[in-house]
Design a protein around this ligand. Structure first.
Ligand SMILES: [Zn+2]
Length: 99
């Protein structure tokens, strides 16, 4: 088990990785729990390091989605192929409130 920062919300989190898969189960106080593939995890780390605003905005929505999915009894599985769709869908479902 590795302790590091959550790729979605930046809080401290724990990572568990099965020996035969490049995939992590991340547990953190804000997102509760979700799964993420190794390539996507490294891609998010690069995006944060580069302060890629478009990605970082979607990450906050993915954090909400991970928590909501867990509350509904499931686990969010993030891969390189699905995270943009999930992030955008969540942003539409839960847009910033107008003043
Ligand atoms: Zn988190």
């Amino acid at each position: 088990m590795i302790s590091s920062l959550c790729p979605l919300c930046g809080q401290s989190a724990t990572f568990e990785r099965p020996p035969d898969h490049d995939e992590y189960t991340v547990t953190c106080a804000r997102c509760v729990q979700f799964r993420i593939t190794g390539p996507l995890l490294r891609s998010f780390e690069r995006s944060r390091a580069n302060q890629n605003a478009g990605v970082i905005d979607l990450l906050s929505h993915l954090s909400e989605l991970a928590r909501a999915t867990h509350q509904g009894g499931g686990t969010l599985n993030l891969t390189v192929d699905n995270w943009i769709d999930y992030g955008r869908a969540q942003r539409q479902k839960n847009p910033r409130r107008k003043a």
